[in-house]
Write a protein that binds this ligand. Sequence first.
Ligand code: ADP
Length: 200
Amino acid sequence: MYTVGLTGGIGSGKSTVTRKFAALGVEIIDADVVAREVVRAPSAALEAIRTRYGDRILTAGGALDRSLLRKLVFADSAERAWLEGLLHPLIDERIRQEIAACETPYCILVSPLLLETSQRRLVDRVLVVDVSRETQLQRSLLRDQSDRATIEAIIDAQADRKQRLRTADDVIDNEGGESALDVRVRELHERYSSAAKTRE
Ligand code: ADP
């Protein structure tokens, strides 16, 4: 199955672009959704996390307390490595299954961490949504409840813009308006559809 990996920094327009491809009938696999599914109760991954951190890591309802887990692993890189070692193979496996089950000519894996993880190896082509840091900041501020410092910290923790562009096979420049974006998405859709066909 021909798979396009779609990525970009916070506020670059990943969700917006994804909706446009979906509207053209392309099947979407969302890595954030998969990452939540693999730790949903009951699951072996959630049990492993509970064994390591104790019952405090569960909410009253028995689900994973994601904000406590985030706090624990952000404070300690060894814990972060442990968690990634547990979850990344499970996430990859489920993404692989979803790619195999995809029924459209090609599918899109949308992932904020596509280039930072082994997910890169699951896709045939990398599509990067790109805007300037200032646009990222302005659009995120408009969308989220977060303050400027928080969004800047997230931008700084993500892959660097230059690095991302270096890895891209295709780039969507999202500085323009929605109609320019529509044109670009349709153009890429044509290209991916025929690339998928020649691969069959
Ligand atoms: P991401 O998923 O990468 O974080 P979003 O798609 O949610 O980014 O876009 C961030 C914000 O910017 C959203 O509020 C979205 O509606 C807005 N946005 C996206 N593309 C454009 C554009 N071309 N022009 C104006 N606003 C945009």
